[in-house]
Each structure stands twice: as structure tokens, then as C-alpha cells.
Ligand binder design. Structure first.
Ligand code: NAD
Length: 290
């Protein structure tokens, strides 16, 4: 039987609708504001930033866009971060990565007010997440767990394997799955016998960045597969297309899987809105509504 396709687009639309409703309900008290900072002209980053700003406005929030030239110094970027930290209209700050080589990304992340760190990359938020405390959690991992929970009411006791150990996806998704009481294995480029490790997984999260790397016979029959990968490959008629980290025929073995595109990607933006709403509520001593 072909796998259930987890519709990330529909899930994201539902979540965005709920967020917009909450923003409208809170209008008398707050209007959440997100500042998005883009340094340079990375075409992929420009597309992401545009769609983030559009989503923010559609949710009834305020978007503050800051486009800085490629040659921006670290000092100038840190000065902008300090200004945004101090601005009460700005509840969330997102500095689009990667940054040009003259800027130390870790320094910039560490300079963010952790309460406004809607990407969840600040060491305080990373530490809170791993300590099981309430934190702003990275958007893509949060979306992955939400999608897994559309298939499984509870992830408790499931054998979860995460392929990838980046700070952006692999490590935080593993922490979130642990918080859901899954038994978590983190696999990476040095893992011995990756196919056998994957075959143990009831829940497999692929965050590698290699087109269709995970083969269908690596997947335990009936497993749920969350494909985080975004890989551009040659398509028909000289055009390129986007594929995930999991081979297309994995639907023959998996029980449920996220498509690429239309799976994790749309959830990432919805979770950014959720984090902005949560940050705005926390900064104004309001209970987070979602
Ligand atoms: P990364 O390059 O920082 O990390 C990749 C990880 O894969 C590393 O930890 C590495 O150990 C592991 N890896 C590499 N080769 C491997 C191998 N042969 N076997 C096992 N593990 C291997 O990438 P990232 O930032 O974590 O992103 C991963 C993928 O997710 C990319 O395709 C990226 O574009 C995508 N992504 C998607 C979204 C989204 O919104 N959908 C967001 C962030 C990242």
C-alpha cells in the first residue's frame, strides 16, 4: 500500500489561520512585530526573506525589513541587532543565514536578545531546550515534530532516527523528539552502517542535504518519514527541480511521509509566525495562546 502523504502545505495553512485569528484577538493589546535582517544578495536568502515578510503581514503582524549591503561590517550588524533588541515594537529578530565571511555568525546570534530569538539559535534557547525548559525552538525542527504528530498522537516510546546533526535541524529536532519521549538516535556522516540504523526507525527524520540519499530499502515498512532536505537537481527540459533527501520510491515502504516540496518547507514559515506570536506574548506577560 502506498504511504500516506503528509500534507505540509495544508497543515501550515491551518496553523497560519489559527495564528492570524489569535493576532486579531490580541489586537487591542499587542501587534507582534518581526524584524528580518538580510545581509548581501544571496538569491535563495532573498526568496526566503520575501516569503517570510509576506507571511508575517498576512498573519496581521508587523514586518520590519532590513536589507544591508554585502560589505556590511560585523560592528555595523551588531549595532543594528542592539537597536532591534531595544525596540519594543520588534518582538522577534531573524538574521538570515548564511552571513558574509567578514561576519562571525555565532557572535551575531549571541548578541540577540534570547527573548526575541525567533530562530531559536541563541545559546540560551539551545540550553533551555536541552534542559526541558520553555524556549523559543528552531522553526524547521518544530515543524517536523508537528507533522509527525499529525500521524501519531503520541511519539512516546517510538524509535526515532535523525540523520544529520546540524545546529539548525538535526540536533534541535533530536531534542524535541526526546522531549516527546521518543528513543532518539542521531546518525551523521561518520555513522557506521547507516542503512541498518535507519531500518530500526519507526520515525525517520532525514536532514542531510543530499538528493534522494535515503533509499527505500533503508526504511522500516510502515515507518513515518520526515524529509527535511531541499536539493536542487536537473529536471525536465533543462529546468531544475527540488527534491528531498529521501528517494521518491520510499513511498512503497514508508507508512507516511512528507513530500518535497510541500512538506516541511511550508511548516517552517508557519512556525516562524508561531514563534513571533509566542515571543510577543511572553514579552507582554500574556499567556502564549498556541
Ligand atoms: P548541514 O549541511 O548543516 O548538515 C547536514 C548533516 O548531514 C550533517 O550533520 C552531516 O553529518 C550529515 N551528513 C552529511 N553526509 C552524510 C552521510 N553521507 N551520511 C549521514 N549523514 C550525513 O545541513 P542542514 O542545515 O542541517 O540542512 C539539511 C537539509 O535540510 C538541507 O537540504 C537543507 O537545505 C534542508 N533544510 C530545509 C529546511 C526547510 O525549511 N525545509 C530548513 C533548513 C534546512
Amino acid at each position: 500500500m502506498a504511504a500516506q502523504v503528509i500534507d505540509g502545505k495544508a497543515e501550515a495553512a491551518t496553523l497560519r489561520g489559527k495564528i492570524a485569528q489569535e493576532v486579531a484577538r490580541l489586537r487591542d493589546k499587542i501587534t507582534p512585530g518581526l524584524a528580518v535582517v538580510l545581509v548581501g544578495q544571496n538569491p535563495a536568502s532573498e526568496v526566503y526573506v520575501k516569503s517570510k515578510a509576506k507571511a508575517v503581514q498576512e498573519a496581521g503582524m508587523r514586518a520590519f525589513d532590513h536589507k544591508l549591503p554585502e560589505t556590511t561590517s560585523e560592528k555595523d550588524l551588531l549595532a543594528l541587532v542592539a537597536k532591534l533588541n531595544a525596540d519594543p515594537a520588534v518582538n522577534g529578530i531573524l538574521v538570515q543565514l548564511p552571513l558574509p565571511s567578514q561576519i562571525d555568525s555565532q557572535k551575531v546570534i549571541a548578541a540577540l536578545d534570547p527573548a526575541k530569538d525567533v530562530d531559536g539559535f541563541h545559546p540560551v534557547n539551545v540550553g533551555k531546550l536541552s534542559s526541558g525548559l520553555r524556549a523559543l525552538v528552531p522553526c524547521t525542527p518544530l515543524g517536523c515534530v508537528m507533522l509527525a504528530k499529525t500521524v501519531h498522537k503520541s511519539l512516546a516510546g517510538m524509535d526515532a532516527v535523525v540523520i544529520g546533526r546540524s545546529n539548525i535541524v538535526g540536533k534541535p529536532v533530536a531534542q524535541l523528539l526526546l522531549a516527546e519521549n521518543a528513543t532518539v538516535t542521531i546518525a551523521h556522516s561518520k555513522t557506521k552502517d547507516l542503512p541498518a540504523t535507519c531500518r530500526r526507525a519507526d520515525l525517520l527524520v532525514a536532514a542531510i542535504g543530499k538528493a534522494e540519499f535515503v533509499r527505500k530499502d533503508w526504511i522500516k515498512p510502515g515507518a513515518t518519514v520526515i524529509d527535511v532536505g531541499i536539493n536542487r537537481v536537473p529536471g525536465e527540459g533543462g529546468k531544475s527541480k527540488i527534491v528531498g533527501d529521501v528517494a521518491a520510491d520510499a513511498k512503497e515502504t514508508a507508512g507516511a511521509l512528507t513530500p518535497v516540496p510541500g512538506g516541511v518547507g511550508p511548516m517552517t514559515i508557519a512556525c516562524l509566525l508561531l514563534n513571533t506570536l509566542r515571543a510577543a506574548c511572553a514579552q507582554n506577560n500574556l499567556e502564549p495562546p498556541l
